[in-house]
Design a protein around this ligand. Structure first.
Ligand SMILES: Nc1ncnc2c1ncn2[C@@H]1O[C@H](COP(=O)(O)OP(=O)(O)O)[C@@H](O)[C@H]1O
Ligand SMILES: [Mg+2]
Length: 162
């Protein structure tokens, strides 16, 4: 996909949460979302907003230590990964994490670069950057499905006058 990445300014946490809420209805099972950015950039906050909007009412923990948290929302499976603590990318295979990518689930992946060469590619890539106290998001589509999501999101935003 050669879409230009979409850049958004997120002035505060509520803007990050709104971004997650807006993408939730556009994401379909089988999709992989990479969430990139430094520690504290808002990757987990974005994941939490997506989960909430998909109907998960419980606690959303950061999977930093467990590497993966599994959510079942009605019949939808969602896997939330955080590879920050992978020592080497090969650990992805050693821990059998590839199995999670074979199923028709939604996958949110923090720190995909720590499993470089092993973690499957993204349909959508969100990169969050610090902008003083605020954040900037860059969203990029890497597949046809990702492209459709991004197009739908852009259409909703312009209809809303954003
Ligand atoms: N757009 C934003 N502007 C300012 N602060 C934000 C924004 N989005 C999220 N935050 C804050 O940044 C922190 C992000 O933490 P977290 O989501 O755990 O980061 P990460 O998972 O990327 O390490 C939280 O304290 C959250 O309140
Ligand atoms: Mg996190």
């Amino acid at each position: 996909m050669n879409d230009r990445p979409l850049s958004l300014f997120l002035p505060d946490e509520s803007a990050t949460l709104a971004l997650g809420r807006k993408f939730a209805p556009l994401i379909t099972p089988g999709m992989t979302l990479w969430l990139r950015g430094e520690l504290g950039a808002g990757k987990t906050a974005l994941a939490r907003a997506l989960l909430r909007a998909l109907g998960y009412a419980g606690t959303v923990k950061s999977p930093t230590y467990a590497l993966v948290e599994v959510y079942v929302i009605s019949s939808l499976y969602l896997y939330h990964f955080d590879f920050y603590r992978l020592n080497v990318p090969e650990e992805f295979e050693e821990r059998g994490l590839g199995e999670y990518f074979e199923k028709e689930a939604i996958r949110l992946v923090e720190w995909p670069e720590k499993a470089a060469g092993h973690v499957p590619s993204a349909d959508l890539e969100f990169t969050l950057r610090f902008a003083d106290q605020a954040r900037e998001a860059r969203i990029r589509a890497w597949s046809e499905r990702g492209h459709q999501c991004l197009t739908a999101f852009t259409a909703c935003e312009s209809a809303a006058g954003n």
